[in-house]
Design a protein around this ligand. Structure first.
Ligand SMILES: *[C@@H]1O[C@H](CO)[C@@H](O)[C@H](O)[C@H]1NC(C)=O
Ligand SMILES: *[C@@H]1O[C@H](CO)[C@@H](O)[C@H](O)[C@H]1NC(C)=O
Ligand SMILES: *[C@@H]1O[C@H](CO)[C@@H](O)[C@H](O)[C@H]1NC(C)=O
Length: 188
């Protein structure tokens, strides 16, 4: 192979591998399990496990008609394979996002989701109009941040499986969605 062609191929491969890719690392987010495989389908579950930071759209495309769950709620992960952490109203929770590859433009937010109805409760705990932050300095505030558990949740999140804190990033140009869910319940 001539060197210039090899060089070209290397660049081409590098360029295509710079896709989105991010996942919450702290707190430990919802992960895979047998309910997930059963409810989302084997094709989706196996494909998404190859890259836990990969975009949802890729798995959806791969699975086609075999997809059985709502992949856009917690990336399809199921509460029954996981467990919830107790938080107190007003508690500050540190988040760390593993940002493997960033693409701009995009936006991100962190919200409490009513899981049964797939509805956001209240307003986002955090939101970024432009994500990742182009001018971020170390420690980066877009991947190291905290959220405060609202004091007015009442009983909507009183038991595990009712609510999750969902981190959501949509890379607009790539049309790729990244999500991680943290299961919790609140005891006042
Ligand atoms: C994040 O923001 C987008 C755009 O406003 C919205 O459609 C989406 O529902 C939000 N998601 C969460 C989990 O907050
Ligand atoms: C982006 O990062 C810079 C540098 O840390 C910070 O000053 C700015 O507030 C950040 N922007 C947002 C929207 O968080
Ligand atoms: C939460 O993050 C803010 C910056 O957004 C920082 O000022 C504050 O000290 C943090 N709180 C805790 C308890 O870590």
């Amino acid at each position: 192979m001539v060197p210039s062609l090899l060089g070209f191929l290397t660049i081409a491969i590098a360029a295509t591998s710079v896709l989105g890719h991010a996942v919450v690392k702290v707190p430990t987010p919802r992960g895979a399990g047998s309910y997930y495989t059963q409810r989302c389908g084997k094709t989706y579950a196996e494909y998404m496990e190859k890259d836990r930071a990969g975009p949802i759209e890729d798995g959806v495309a791969k699975a086609g008609a075999d997809l059985k769950c709502n992949a856009f709620l917690c990336r399809g992960y199921q509460y029954e394979d996981n467990s919830a952490t107790e938080y107190k109203p007003g508690q500050v929770i540190d988040f760390k996002v593993d940002l493997i590859a960033g693409h701009r433009p995009g936006y991100a937010n962190v919200s409490i989701v009513d899981l049964a109805n797939n509805k956001i409760i209240g307003s986002p705990l955090r939101s970024w109009d432009s994500y990742p932050n182009a001018t971020a300095t170390t420690p980066r505030s877009d991947i190291n941040f905290n959220v405060t558990i609202p004091r007015n949740l009442g009983t909507v999140c009183s038991t595990g499986g009712k609510c999750a804190i969902q981190w959501y990033w949509y890379a607009t140009r790539n049309q790729q969605t990244y999500e991680s869910c943290v299961d919790f319940y609140v005891k006042s």
